[in-house]
Write a protein that binds this ligand. Structure first.
Ligand SMILES: NC(=O)c1ccc[n+]([C@@H]2O[C@H](COP(=O)([O-])OP(=O)(O)OC[C@H]3O[C@@H](n4cnc5c(N)ncnc54)[C@H](OP(=O)(O)O)[C@@H]3O)[C@@H](O)[C@H]2O)c1
Length: 332
């Protein structure tokens, strides 16, 4: 694990400690000189696992590397890992957008390694299993996109969405989604007993969601919850002519039958607590189509833990496939 000192890296340490097949060979910072020596761990008051200084010789001995680093920093690290013959799951956004020009517009800097974009596989595991298993480089999806795309792609595949009308993704995240470095917005004093929308029309996950679902008319609005972990996304979807909520629920149940980490509720709507610390995405539907005022709009609620299914858990699902382990190993 590189970038071990951040939230996603710490979550991977927690998951890998219970993995039956993989051994955590190196848990490191990702910048030269960063990280602490294990001997310093005892002096730390935090329960966090200390990240060791970056040591490329040991990275080269690994079979796979998780990059838990910010965009722009990840791409050069990925390139170096690949040169060393090590498979990479990158948790950052560096390889999620296929078009380098779009990446440059959205992330406001040139792509550090555009030549790798062609081979990176977008690792929404349930939708890309075979390609992930063969990949050297997997772009782990964003947390908001995972919560939106799992229900939406299955409904689009089933032809149950009226593509002429907008889809609204109204999403709320706990503040761990913003990483460990505090800002004015994520400061306790601003988050406690408060609730706000942010990044309206400009959040970087919007282009990622639109790229993957192919819908131009998709409104994505993120909100900051006064909670540490979890995402709850409310989707407003215009059902195709004649389709009702029950048809959409049946299509989702068919699409994800037998999936260990996607659960379609037969009734009721999921909440955050149901999925915190798990790798599950739970999806429920409200039967709004059955009421006269709905105008054919179905309301779906999709929840997941942003640090697990939205980051480290899905990354481990992908790494398991890439290294030939049981997909759910370490995620039970
Ligand atoms: N948090 C989430 O819910 C979530 C969900 C999905 C994806 N992600 C993505 O996963 C990655 C890690 O997220 P996080 O929440 O764990 O972030 P974080 O808590 O801010 O941790 C970032 C990690 O990257 C290291 N780092 C920072 N700048 C660096 C640089 N220029 N070069 C090398 N290393 C650097 C930090 O090391 P130092 O300790 O030395 O600063 C730290 O280990 C990000 O790309 C993020 O977008 C996060």
């Amino acid at each position: 694990v590189l970038g071990g000192s951040g939230y996603a890296g710490q979550e991977l340490a927690r998951l890998l400690a219970g993995h039956p097949e993989l051994e955590l060979a190196a848990f490191m910072g990702a910048r030269e000189g960063s990280g602490r020596h294990p001997a310093e761990e005892a002096a730390s008051s935090a329960r966090a696992r200390a990240a060791e200084p970056l040591d490329w010789a040991r990275v080269g001995d690994a079979e796979g590397v998780f990059l838990c680093t910010p965009h722009a920093a990840s791409a050069p690290l990925a390139a170096r890992c690949l040169e060393l013959g090590v498979k990479v799951v990158d948790l950052s956004a560096d390889f999620r957008l296929r078009d380098a020009a779009l990446y440059e517009r959205v992330y406001e800097h040139r792509h550090p390694r555009p030549e790798l974009l062609g081979e990176a596989v977008y690792g929404l595991t349930e939708r890309a299993r075979e390609r992930v298993a063969k990949a050297r480089l997997v772009a782990n999806p964003g947390c908001y996109p995972t919560s939106v795309l799992l229900p939406l792609l299955a409904l689009l595949d089933a032809g149950l969405v009226d593509r002429a009308r907008p889809v609204v993704a109204d999403c709320k995240s706990g503040l761990s989604g913003a990483g460990k470095t505090p800002s004015e917005r994520t400061h306790f004093g601003n988050v406690y007993e408060n609730f706000c929308a942010y990044g309206v029309g400009s959040h970087r996950h919007g282009p990622e969601i639109r790229q993957e679902c192919g819908l131009r008319d998709l409104v994505f609005t993120p909100h900051l919850l006064p909670a540490f972990r979890g995402i709850l996304s409310t989707l407003y979807v215009a059902a195709a002519a004649g389709a009702r909520a029950a048809d959409l629920r049946a299509a989702l149940a068919r699409a994800y039958a037998g999936e260990r980490f996607v659960r379609i509720l037969e009734r009721g709507l999921p909440d955050l607590r149901a999925v915190q610390l798990t790798n599950e995405c739970r999806i429920g539907l409200a039967d709004a189509t059955d009421s006269a005022e709905s105008g054919g709009t179905v309301v779906l609620v999709s929840v997941l833990d942003n640090l697990v299914k939205g980051a480290a858990g899905q990354a481990l699902q992908n790494m398991n496939l890439m290294l030939g382990c049981e997909e759910s190993a370490g995620l039970a």
